[in-house]
Design a protein around this ligand. Structure first.
Ligand code: ZN
Length: 241
């Protein structure tokens, strides 16, 4: 866990896409981090708080594809598809990094009781998503992190607010406005889903490139993936010329 994250080679992006295709979104996020974290196990990565997980995903996204990104959302007012620029480095700035391998405890006072809790991790979310609805899922999550059952509703609410304050990167909100109808709204930005969609697009582009170069030159997939990206691009231009 101490080692810095590695960027992702073309071969790794393809392997990652294949591994993650049939996975649940929570597992995908870990699969992405695992591919870039030599020496870390899936279990260790699942023990990161969700904010720390997302901070690492943001950092990796910047290493692999740069800081600039293009997001889009449907306007809740007029259903227009609204595109907006994203600055991944600025989003990283909202995510304070904490020392690895330490998941501190916090406490709040609610209805006269002091309640200790820790921050939710991927393990906790995986348990909570099995709940029949979102309010039961929140309760499950909070009670796991507080190590107590049957907490009053207001305590569950208070702890969930305190969790977000303690781990702000776990919920990144973007303020958007529609250029067509001027509607303004807040969008919850999910780096894990966003980055996954980009990885899938990259993988499909790589497969098309391998296909074109293999047909033209008879090279193997391994040979084509070993080419530096710039040289692969130049050969593709030659093939298309
Ligand atoms: Zn609109």
């Amino acid at each position: 866990m101490e080692q810095p994250m590695q960027s992702l080679s073309a071969a790794k992006i393809l392997a990652l896409w294949e591994a993650g295709r049939t996975q649940h979104a929570l597992d995908r996020a870990l699969t992405i981090l695992l591919a870039a974290s030599p020496g870390a196990s899936r279990g260790e990565l699942a023990d990161l708080s969700i904010g720390e997980r997302d901070a690492r995903l943001l950092q990796l996204r910047r290493q692999v594809l740069g800081a600039g990104a293009e997001g889009f959302a449907e306007c809740p007012g007029c259903t227009e598809r609204v595109e907006f620029p994203l600055d991944i480095a600025a989003l990283e700035g909202r995510a304070p990094s904490r020392p690895p391998d330490t998941l501190p405890h916090y406490e709040i006072e609610s209805s006269g009781d002091i309640i200790r809790f820790r921050l939710p991790t991927s393990h906790d979310l995986a348990e909570a998503v099995a709940a029949p609805d979102s309010s039961l899922a929140l309760r499950e999550l909070v009670e796991r992190c507080a190590g107590q059952a049957n907490l009053p509703n207001e305590t569950v609410e208070a702890i969930s607010q305190a969790m977000l304050q303690a781990d702000p990167a776990a919920e990144i909100t973007l303020q958007l406005s529609c250029p067509v109808c001027a509607q303004e709204w807040d969008l919850l930005f999910d780096i894990s889903a966003f980055f996954w969609a980009e990885i899938a697009a990259q993988a499909q582009r790589l497969l098309r490139e391998i296909d074109a170069l293999a047909r033209a030159y008879g090279w193997t997939e391994h040979e084509i993936l070993s080419l530096p990206a710039q040289r692969r691009e130049t050969y593709l231009e030659l093939v298309a010329a």
